[in-house]
Design a protein around this ligand. Structure first.
Ligand code: DGJ
Length: 733
């Protein structure tokens, strides 16, 4: 017994004295830290992920507090786990075959730097090198202090004599020292986006991934939420939340080891994607972006929302246009007279823009349904004899701006584009074509196709300089993907998925260079695309074709963990027979739009809608740019309640919805506790979005302290005859 404790003491003091020579690299935000440290063999380890320590010198003392060494087992806490040498049996972050056919990799610490970037973050770069081969991996950590967000990615490079094959090339490798992890990830399908699934991680590997190539989020979202060390609520608990920002095949792997620690590897999905990397051509991986919150999911989501508005979303601090879309109002059945007749409805409602959706193009194979025409971006002469310029002019005459839908990455086999350029289409010549929504995907790895796609946008703007909005759709995944371009250029087909994603990013970068500010909506057969990489080119995205407002309460709730309301397009449609008020109230918690026949609204409904849009114009500033707080979850109560508050805590808006119409459900019994107020301020609450003559139980003559509203709460009186309630919150001076 005595001998054993002496051995432990010797071991601990040995590692303690060794730690003096070790290199310790903290990556810190305001509240969170991830710390790297070299070991005796100069391999880089992750020794800490958690709260920031005020005395940074203490990080070096963390590892001896864990006694994780197990006889003969390889190490589990590598900073970038490799395949092919014997110090790692965990899931590799990188696997390569060198020019000489050797398939092993070792990575030793070489150097590191830390700088402040021009945009105000701290960028730490750690260079690792193979001791035998001229092969390097640079690990990047971009830490955003005020939002506790870390972006992680890698650059892989070599100077071997020929190409090196990368069989796996992750962006990030993390290691968490805790004992309990609960993962929330998201299933999906058309009209069923962001369905949360909660999985306790106890043993082995759990992967969230897509292999669809395009419309990549159709079945799985790239977003995840990980409660660490116990439950995370809206206001308590430790939670990591984020996504892999890659508009293509991604994989995030969560591997629980024998110590109950959690190893995370995130990046491009290696599925069918072995990459032949030439010497001196660095390969930059996409960013794994996450925040760590020690105050629950609410804080985590506000971190991500703020970070996106400040640093990623195009025009995150700007304005957005309310709109009337014609998709559900007309589908493919319209002509220019019908469209022009809808413009006045947009004006009467009081929205900023009319958005013309699918069906306006193609002549040889007219786009009168979704089986033909995609790819032929000439206005259809029968429907639009005077072309798009006429529509833009007529809309402007009616007092609204004009926007248009495109889906430029896709083609119907029944199209002139397909006839003229079969080699631009991703397809296996010796197999039957497989269609999704009757269409195929163009080969965006081909620069000629990139030019074509750019041209679709460029031609529209050249012909219509005052075109004010683009909805960019993408409805099919890649089946039987084979690229003629790669084949002709002797590039392996396994470059296709990466080549596609890089191709579409190149096109979007060109679009934004020439048209930097015009608002564009990212859409993908509903919410099939919403990654942070693409949101750098878009001002907003389409969450789902499912616009049933009750479903939307849940869906928007889930999306809001990862995206600010200003980015989320919500439209009022005829999808369900809930009241118009319920629909408008729900859609007002983001970027408001309509997809209805305005001329079919009753006078009363029209008046109500006009007033609701005026109200929205009044409070949209706080919805778009304020802080969001989730107050009552529809998963736990018979109502959902949430609020937005401005930075100086003087103005806000609260939304509450009935989510269960059963007689026995009584959501109105209890008050809802508000958040994000100044306890000492007094607030007046006034109900908005009421039909003319409707009386509200909310007495706007009263005022309450923030302390009262946050500790006792306020009862919005939600019930079956008041199934949605919008309340303005104003400081009384
Ligand atoms: C899918 C989108 O999600 C819809 O909003 C609509 O634009 C259709 N495509 C048009 O084909």
């Amino acid at each position: 017994m005595k001998t054993k404790s002496i051995i432990i003491i010797i071991f601990m003091s040995l590692s303690w004295s060794l730690s003096a020579q070790r290199v310790t690299i903290p990556v810190e935000t305001q509240n969170a830290a991830m710390v790297l440290q070299t070991d005796d063999n100069n391999r880089l380890k992750i020794i800490y992920t958690g709260r920031v320590l005020a005395d940074g010198s203490e990080y070096a003392r963390v590892l001896p507090m864990y006694q994780l060494q197990s006889q003969g087992a390889a190490s589990t806490n590598n900073a970038f786990a490799v395949a092919g040498i014997d110090n790692n049996f965990t899931e590799p972050a990188i696997a390569v075959v060198h020019t000489d056919g050797n398939n092993s990799l070792d990575l030793l610490y070489e150097s590191h730097t830390s700088v402040t970037t021009p945009d105000g973050a701290t960028l730490t770069t750690v260079t690792l090198k193979d001791p035998v081969y001229p092969f390097w991996v640079d690990l990047f950590f971009k830490a955003w202090k005020e939002t506790d967000v870390i972006e992680q990615w890698t650059v892989i490079r070599h100077t071997e004599k020929g190409p090196v094959t990368l069989n796996k090339y992750a962006s990030a490798n993390l290691y968490l020292y805790d004992t309990e992890y609960t993962l929330t990830s998201y299933n999906g399908d058309w009209a069923q986006e962001m369905q949360p699934v909660t999985t306790p991680l106890r043993q082995g590997m759990h992967t969230i991934q897509t292999r669809l190539g395009t419309r990549e989020n159709l079945h799985t979202s790239p977003n995840f939420m990980l409660a660490i060390g116990g439950e995370a609520t809206e206001t308590s608990g430790t939670v990591m939340m984020g996504q892999i920002a890659w508009n293509g095949n991604f994989a995030i792997q969560f591997e629980t080891d024998v110590y109950k620690n959690l190893h995370i590897v995130a990046g491009i999905n290696p599925y069918q994607s072995a990459y032949r990397l030439q010497p001196d051509v660095p390969f930059e991986t996409p960013r794994f972006i996450y925040t760590l919150s020690f105050e629950g999911k609410g804080k985590g989501s506000r971190n991500l929302q703020r970070w996106l508005r400040n640093h990623r979303l195009l025009d995150g601090h700007g304005d957005r246009l309310t709109l009337l879309n014609n998709w559900e109002a007309t589908y493919f059945d319209f002509d220019q007279e019908k469209l022009v007749s809808l413009f006045s409805g947009a004006k009467e409602l009081g929205v900023d823009l009319f958005l013309l959706d699918d069906g306006w193009f193609a002549n040889k194979y007219p786009r009168n349904h979704d089986r033909a025409g995609l790819g032929d971006w000439e206005p259809n002469k029968a429907k639009l004899p005077d072309g798009v310029p006429y529509l833009v002019r007529e809309a402007e005459k009616s007092g609204v701006k004009f926007g248009i839908w495109i889906e430029p990455e896709m083609v119907n086999p029944k199209s002139e584009l397909y006839e003229q350029h079969p080699d631009w289409v991703l397809r296996q010549e010796n197999r039957p074509e497989i269609y999704f929504r009757n269409q195929l995907v163009l080969d965006l790895s081909n620069p000629e196709v990139q030019d074509f796609v750019f041209g679709v946008v460029d031609n529209l703007f050249t012909e219509n300089p005052s075109l004010a909005f683009i909805k960019w759709d993408n409805n099919a995944p890649i089946f039987n993907g084979h690229s003629k371009y790669l084949e002709r250029n002797n590039i392996p087909q396994s470059h296709l998925y990466v080549g596609y994603t890089r191709g579409i990013e190149k096109v979007l970068a060109r679009v934004r260079e020439k048209y930097p500010t015009v608002p564009m909506m990212l859409c993908s057969g509903g919410g099939g695309r919403s990654d942070y990489s693409l949101l750098g080119y878009f001002t907003e995205f389409w969450l789902s074709d499912n616009t049933d407002p009750l479903e939307r309460v849940y869906m928007q709730w889930e999306y809001s963990y990862y995206y600010p309301a200003i980015a989320m397009c919500n439209h009022v449609t005829d999808w369900s027979d809930r009241s118009l008020k319920y629909k408008i109230d729900v859609a007002s918690m983001g970027k408001l739009g309509f997809d209805i026949r305005a001329d079919e609204l009753s006078d009363n409904d029209m008046k109500f809608s006009q007033q609701a849009i005026r109200n929205y114009d009044y409070f949209k500033e706080v919805v778009w740019h304020g802080d969001m707080f989730r107050l009552a979850s529809p998963y736990e109560h018979d109502l959902a309640s949430l609020m937005f508050m401005n930075a100086d805590r003087s103005e806000g808006v609260m939304f509450s919805y009935l989510t269960n119409w059963r007689y026995l459900s009584a959501p109105h019994v209890r008050p809802v506790k508000l958040q994000g107020l100044a306890p000492e301020k007094r607030y007046r609450l006034t109900e908005l979005n009421l039909y003319e003559g409707a009386r509200s139980p909310v007495d706007s003559q009263q005022s309450y302290t923030g302390e009262f509203l946050m500790n006792v709460g306020f009862n919005p009186s939600v019930n079956t005859s008041r199934s949605s309630v919008v309340i303005k919150i104003e400081e009384v001076k």
